[in-house]
Write a protein that binds this ligand. Sequence first.
Ligand SMILES: [Zn+2]
Length: 117
Amino acid sequence: MRDILPPTSNFGQIPDDTLKLVSYCPVCHYHYDPFEAKILEESRGAHLIHVRCSRCNSAIVALIMTNSIGVSSVGLVTDLDGSEIVKFKDYQRISGDEVLEFYEFLQKEDLEKAIQN
Ligand SMILES: [Zn+2]
């Protein structure tokens, strides 16, 4: 029987926990159904994926990168769905000054009037 992986691939060198992030729910440890994973974007060996746990309904967004060295991933738990991630991924980040400006806006005594108008 022949190996289906090309001889130059490094898949045999992937540590057991490298892809654990996209295999198990980090909240309830339920095994993800691979068909529930949605590829939101892919470019030059990098895949942005979103997976929602069918047991606890939490979700992760992960960036999986493959190159000549191997496979690596980084991800986080999110309450966003896939369409929201696609919508917000290219937005500019909010600066500290903008947060302070908004805080000061909320402190204004005439805020109630501003909202009513
Ligand atoms: Zn879960």
